[in-house]
Design a binder for this molecule. Structure first.
Ligand code: ZN
Length: 371
């Protein structure tokens, strides 16, 4: 059997399998079971958080041959065809790739006709703000006098670009970016079921790299499995993502605090062997400084994590204003990276700036001022 990408193989087939978006699921389920369905829904939110998946489950709920319910059977012809993406009454349109094409207008105008097979036609229009003018007018006309057999699921990453006339006719939901823990939980669930070995740190790195999108996370997981030859290990994931060990970031900051340029560049040379993404290293350094500053100024806030000892040490040895300055320099260094002659040169200049701007008398000594 050929390899099937995880995001597709593990696409949820029922509302209860969906990760996150509980508020949307509850509203849709109640409407389906109580038969009080709005005819147009607008989902806002970033990519890869479940729009297509929700649309498919919703279409099954409406068209399941055993009757409308929030728990479609998943076994009848309609359910199977929708899962396989070949149900004629579920029309998926990506407006970002179809702008100006007359087909879209015709598709929307076809909403007037009764469904070919199911009870309800479902239109999923992604990036709806990018529809052509003609297509938009057709949509508006249909939304003004919606036929009883049509449901619209509109999605956009940019709701400000939608006219009020459309907004006012839709029930609006904000799809949330997923938390790293939610993404990590789903990754562990999948790896257990697939009987693929992994370590916790690898999953934490991948979940962070997913940046709120489960789809992106699972695609990273696919890569990590291929990269690791069937297992998911932290060292492989780090190499793959271009991230580095936390201890290396700590050593960079130690050298800066000690005002020791030689030690700093010895660390840089070691780092460079891994050919990391230098932007991510600056991110990690900024994240470390953020935690140090929290420790200094909001000492009652519990900071968990393996690096609590390092955080406490830096909180002692650096002044609060120095931490602010270092943080700013990391962020601006990150921003300027694209303009640097090479990423490594940009990275080194950012570190040199931290070294150069070390506040007088700060190095290795000064205690944190009282908050
Ligand atoms: Zn069914």
């Amino acid at each position: 059997m050929s390899y099937q990408v995880l995001a597709r193989k593990w696409r949820p087939r029922r509302f209860s399998e969906l990760v996150g978006q509980e508020h949307v699921v509850r509203a849709l389920s109640n409407a389906l079971d109580g038969d009080r369905l709005h005819h147009a829904f607008l989902f806002t939110g970033t990519r890869g958080v479940g729009k297509t998946t929700i649309a498919r489950i919703f279409a099954k709920s409406l068209n399941c041959e055993r009757g409308q319910s929030s728990q479609p059977c998943g076994e009848c012809r309609a359910c199977l065809d929708i899962d396989a993406g070949r149900f004629v009454d579920l029309l998926e349109i990506d407006a970002a790739s179809h702008t100006g094409v007359d087909d879209v207008r015709e598709m929307i105008e076809s909403a007037q006709y009764t469904p070919a097979r199911g009870r309800q036609k479902v239109f999923l229009i992604d990036e709806v703000h990018m529809l052509s003018k003609n297509a938009f007018n057709a949509l508006l006309k249909t939304l003004e006098e919606p036929p009883a057999h049509v449901k619209f699921l509109l999605a956009t990453t940019d709701p400000q670009k939608l006219p009020v006339t459309v907004l006012s006719r839709c029930l609006k939901f904000n799809l949330k970016r997923l938390l790293p823990e939610q993404i990590a939980g789903q990754m562990r669930h999948i790896l257990d079921a697939e009987q693929i070995g992994f370590d916790a740190e690898a999953i934490a790195l991948l979940a962070k790299g997913a940046d709120g999108s489960l789809r992106d996370g699972l695609s990273l997981l696919d890569q990590a499995i291929a990269y690791g030859g069937g297992a998911v290990r932290a060292a492989d994931v780090r190499a793959m993502l271009g991230t580095i060990e936390r201890a290396q970031v700590t050593r960079l900051l130690d050298a800066i605090v000690a005002d020791d340029g030689a030690a700093l560049f010895a660390e840089v040379a070691k780092l460079a062997e891994f050919a990391p993404d230098f932007g991510l290293v600056l991110d990690d350094l900024a994240a470390l400084l953020h935690r140090v500053q929290l420790r200094q100024l909001v000492p009652d806030l519990p900071l968990d994590g393996a690096d609590a000892g390092d955080i406490a040490r830096f909180a002692q040895s650096l002044g609060a204003d120095a931490v602010q300055l270092y943080y700013q320099l990391c962020i601006s260094g990150r921003r300027d990276l694209a303009l640097a002659p090479t990423p490594r040169a940009g990275f080194e200049m950012a570190l040199l700036r931290l070294l150069a701007f070390a506040p007088a008398g700060e190095a290795g000594g000064g205690a944190a001022p009282a908050p």
